[in-house]
Design a protein. Structure first.
Length: 283
DNA sequence: CTGATTTGACCGAA
DNA sequence: TTCGGTCAAATCAG
């Protein structure tokens, strides 16, 4: 059940992320329709997660097959898979001393960590990452970049991610997250549900949707439905240097109206992120 | 100065 | 050996 919860959270996070960008780049009448759809999906994910957590199904099906899970319509980003990475626990890290002057090395191979992959048109996930490597990958025209959490040493956070452009669509990125954040994201206080009444009614009204989840939207062909308004603006910002556009920078250029509309989407993203972090080491 | 990025060397696994 | 992930010195950015 943990994987289902995490998968559901990832799904909701993805929709929230899409919603965020949709609100940042409003695109006419279609935009509001897409936004409503996304909000519905976010609602559904929250409600579904809650129902999983509150239902006393002791199903600790630890060995569910890694499932491929593609998300509805808007193709801005999709959760592709979740899989446990099992690797040796042979803690054999021979530390060859820096005898020779260029003697480097000494790094641990990754142990068992949760990994999941999304496809997104942006690499900005509102987390603080620091690039530590880049490699050309065999049979790939684009290199793969390696990032770790900036608080790796401050707080021992083990989260890393790998980013690589898609061959078939260089405007999009394949982002593999490895491990959950164990650090506190000090950038923003996660007081997400201060207005609980709003959320209560929020979920209350979505119960109908629970019984009839919009499965019909979850098709199999991610690259096909590319007419999403979200991807419209493959603007220059994620072209060359995708890492420097923080949301703070974006927001500073927005009017108050847009800002007030935009923030909730980001808070939803944070909520999902926080939940993912929680369940990351709880399960 | 500090902190992030670049980039080739190093390392383990296959 | 090759390949992909990591390290870290050099470099860049503020």
């Amino acid at each position: 059940m943990n994987k289902r919860v995490i998968t559901e959270l990832l799904l909701g996070l993805d929709h929230a992320t899409q919603l965020k960008f949709l609100l940042q780049n409003p695109v006419g009448p279609d935009g509001s329709v897409a936004a409503k759809e996304l909000v519905t999906n976010v609602q559904r994910s929250f409600a579904q997660t809650l129902s999983m957590l509150t239902s006393s199904q002791p199903a600790r099906g630890e060995d569910e097959v890694a499932q491929n899970l593609l998300i509805s319509g808007e193709d801005a980003s999709q959760v592709a898979s979740i899989d446990p990475r099992s690797e040796d626990s042979t803690e054999s890290r021979k530390r060859s001393l820096p005898l020779a002057k260029d003697r480097r090395g000494s790094y641990k191979r990754r142990k068992t960590e949760q990994t999941w992959t999304i496809v997104s048109h942006t690499v900005d996930d509102n987390r603080a990452w620091r690039k530590y490597g880049q490699k050309d990958i065999l049979n790939s025209q684009f290199p793969r970049s390696y990032f770790r959490c900036t608080r790796k040493y401050e707080q021992g956070c083990k989260a890393t991610k790998q980013v690589q452009r898609l061959e078939e669509n260089p405007d999009m990125y394949n982002i593999t997250y490895i491990g959950f954040h164990t650090c506190k994201d000090s950038l923003k206080a996660p007081q997400m549900v201060t207005c609980s009444e709003t959320w209560d009614s929020f979920l209350e009204n979505s119960h109908e949707d629970l019984n009839v989840p919009n499965e019909e939207q979850q098709h199999e062909c991610p690259p096909m439905r590319s007419q999403s308004p979200i991807v419209k603006q493959e603007c220059l910002n994620d072209e060359t240097d995708p890492s420097d556009l923080t949301d703070a920078n974006l927001w500073s250029d927005l009017k108050d109206f847009e800002l007030s509309n935009d923030k909730p989407a980001l808070k939803i993203s944070d909520a999902f992120m926080n939940l993912l972090s929680e369940f990351g080491h709880e399960f």
